[in-house]
Design a protein around this ligand. Structure first.
Ligand SMILES: Cc1ncc(COP(=O)(O)O)c(C=O)c1O
Length: 465
């Protein structure tokens, strides 16, 4: 039924893990979720008032496809004064989040087979976005910054673009001016377009300096599409406002594309964005940045004291720590995916395994949570690692249970099992799939499990694995 394009598309691991953690929380499990890609601060009141004002004043209709002119002007002005990247409003398109800006860019840039050079670790959505547009991702295993020479070595007659993401998701590395200049010069010499995802540009710590690629000189700016948005800087992930800034023919093509697909970003969100850019709460942003720096220190310091965990690279931007967990491998844990799964099941801490970022021995942890939560998560990870070393492997059995439809059903089954076999641990109940997973020190009697399931009002249908 599906096109080849869609059939190859896997759901994002980050979203899947986040959903699993939320489901566990709904089932009453006290999960600490470190998978998130958004800060827990509220959207600034300036944006909220701007949005409410738009509704009250009736700005509730289609806007021009590329966005309302004052917002395009405000984005151009901010890029010019804050990032020294001198774009004009005609070189800006407003999109529904930075994701759409990226998707539009690749769609108007790539012909089938065109290559885009990027580094691993990469943000999970980069390769699928390039492939959806018909392109081929060419990945440099950078660990953790790609060099100009490495890029030069991968250029072929099919190379169309170089993708840079600084500060990076998932590593938090920030390229300095000289490194970016080196990369950009290679791109200019080879006639490539630079796609520079700068969504985390306002979130840098320890005096690290963010450099916008388009600030590096007119020859570079003329070949650069700068991607940004309000999601991360202004805690506005749900408002869906992003932008692309770049050469006019590309922006016009994106506008034509957007006109035939989603049309403009929400009129209400655009007015919220305009309000927060006009009355930027500078002091509040500085306070938030220092709160994030403090959280980063808590997580990095805590992790660096844990056996087997190696912070691959210290994050100077964004809000993630990317850690190598291969030192924790033992029977039952032979990849970061196993580590993440067991950590969630046994210690109720959710992290994202690195395979989808191109690094199967790493996990990504966000430091967006409050300091107390981070400290509790660290304590749980410490206990988890110690347990793993001292106790023998437990027996994990999956049972089929019919008749469950929702989180409430899962709660009833969990409670009946807890009463009947207190020595065992119910790892997971998936009501829709009809699966119940239990861990115990020795094999359980199926009759005991059956009796507990039936006691809670559902049908026991045997052992699955
Ligand atoms: C590197 C990177 N680019 C783009 C985005 C998308 O941002 P938005 O929510 O504005 O679509 C994200 C969000 O996680 C990101 O990490």
């Amino acid at each position: 039924m599906l096109s080849h394009r869609a059939a190859r598309l896997a759901p994002s691991t980050t979203a899947a893990l986040d959903a699993q953690a939320k489901q566990l929380a709904e089932d009453g499990v006290d999960v600490i979720n470190l998978t998130g890609g958004e800060v827990d601060f509220p959207t600034p009141s300036e944006a909220c008032e701007g949005g409410v004002g738009a509704i009250r004043r009736g700005f509730t209709r289609y806007t021009p496809v590329a966005g309302v002119t004052p917002l395009r002007q405000a984005v151009a002005a901010r890029l010019s004064h804050a990032w020294n990247a001198p774009y004009t409003s005609e070189e800006i398109i407003i999109t529904s989040g930075a994701k759409q800006a990226l998707a539009n860019t690749f769609a108007v840039l790539l012909d089938p087979g065109d290559e885009v050079i990027l580094q691993s670790p990469y943000w999970v959505s980069f390769p699928p976005m390039i492939e959806l547009a018909g392109g081929t991702p060419v990945v440099i295993d950078a660990r953790f910054k790609m060099t100009a020479d490495a890029v030069r070595a991968r250029i072929t007659p099919r190379t169309k673009a170089l993708l840079i993401n600084s500060p990076s998701n998932p590593t938090g590395v920030v390229y300095d001016r000289a490194e970016l200049t080196g990369l950009a010069k290679v791109a200019v010499e080879a006639g490539l377009i630079i796609v520079s995802d700068e969504i985390y540009g306002d979130l840098v710590y320890d005096g690290a300096e963010f450099t916008s690629v388009a600030s590096l000189g007119e020859d570079i700016r003329a070949r650069t599409v700068t991607i940004g948005g309000l999601s991360k800087t202004f805690a506005m992930t749900g408002w869906r406002v992003g932008f692309a800034a770049g050469p006019r023919p590309l922006i016009s093509a994106m506008s034509a594309l957007q006109g035939h697909t989603t049309s403009a970003a929400s009129s209400i969100s655009q007015h919220a964005a305009l309000a927060v850019l006009r009355d930027e709460p500078v002091a509040e942003l500085v306070r938030r940045r220092s709160a994030l720096a403090e959280r980063r220190d808590i997580l990095c310091e805590g992790l660096s004291g844990l056996p087997g965990i190696d912070i691959a690279v210290e994050p100077h931007g964004a809000f993630f720590v990317f850690a190598d967990v291969s030192g924790t491998y033992r029977p039952g844990i032979s990849s970061a995916a196993d580590f993440a799964e067991r950590l969630l099941r046994e210690a109720q801490v959710a992290v994202v395994p690195g395979a989808d970022f191109g690094c199967p021995d790493h996990v990504r942890m966000s430091f967006v949570a409050a300091p107390e939560l981070l400290r509790r998560a660290l304590a749980r990870i410490r206990d988890f690692l110690n347990d793993r070393r001292d106790t023998p492997m437990s027996v994990v059995t999956t049972y089929s249970v019919e008749g469950m439809t929702c989180g409430g059903c899962a709660k009833r089954v969990r409670s009946a099992l807890g009463t009947a076999i207190p020595e065992a641990e119910v790892l997971e109940i998936d009501p829709k799939a009809g699966r119940v997973q239990i861990s115990s020190a020795s094999p359980l009697s199926p009759e005991v499990v059956q009796a507990a399931v039936e006691e809670s009002g559902y049908t026991y249908a045997g052992v699955l694995s």
